[in-house]
Design a protein around this ligand. Sequence first.
Ligand code: MG
Length: 374
Amino acid sequence: MDISRRELLGTSALAAVAWPGLGAAGEQSVRGAGRLSVSRRRLLLRHTWTIARNSSDFKDNVFVRVERDGVVGWGEAAPNVRYGQSAEQTMTAIEKARPVIEAGDWRHYVDLRAEWERAMPNESCACAAVDIAILDWVGRRLQAPLYRLFGLDARKAPVTTFTIGIDTPERIKQKVAEAKDFPVLKIKVGTENDEGIVAAVREATDKPLRVDANEGWRDKEQALRKIQWLQGRGVELIEQPLPAAMIEETAWLRERLEIPILADEAVTRAADIPKLAGAYDGINIKLMKAGGIQEALRMIHLARALGLKIMLGCMIESSVAISAAAQISPLVDYADLDGNLLISNDPFVGVGVQEGKLILNDRAGLGVSERDKG
Ligand code: MG
């Protein structure tokens, strides 16, 4: 680089905005050492959480904190038994990736992602925690919310559903009352008593419903009967009616139904999507399945190119991972980002909700802060 060009870049406003404090055009290597710390926190559920597969009163999630040059980034992993994950295994995986993360240049997070994914292969939620933390750091370093760096309009953030887990009719009615501010509800089914669950919801509200069977119906004939019964009851879509591997059976089902069918357990990353087009009308993308925000963005663009509808969903997560997903929510058709609302001890504050609509704030990165630190 010649002197005049260096001077030009060094004094340009863009250089100062691009990587504050990193010098001319941000082309110097990063100065400070990167530090990563991992901790585990128990998130307590407001109500016992029951879906077709299992039931729980708490979830142990893993939090990642990265720091460099006085700037901190937060990430979160929500390990899920469906994908063979646990908090211990997730923490061990992140430890394996620590050397490449701490030594890496976080500004080049696209290249660096390939390195941490190689260091912890098939550990999607561990990768998600790292991806979220590094992108939070990047946003804070650039002093901009991630949605702004991605060129998205925060006003286009969708309404999120509020999810009613499987329960007794009395408690379902109580949960519907608690969800009074949400205009659309998501109902978990996939049990022997689906009709009773939906009847209990319908006694309490006439709001539109999205129904998630979590692979709970065992064959296509049973799924067809269940969905035909649901279609007349204000249900606007069905999520994962059959086990993930039953793609042909789901295509059979789709030929016989008007209502959109979305894949959840059948899709984790972008590579899974092409084989689902034709069998499903859309996909439910979750950062924890995808391995983070970067892969979720690839999935959104691929799904759009294939004409699929897109839902952005979540696990039981704090405001860290929910706010991370919310950053890209202006790109999707449906949101189910209520994991932080289902817990009673969220350690963070971030994205807000008003009458169901996700409210993105102006704070840098994910827009989150620790609850007791303001
Ligand atoms: Mg689901």
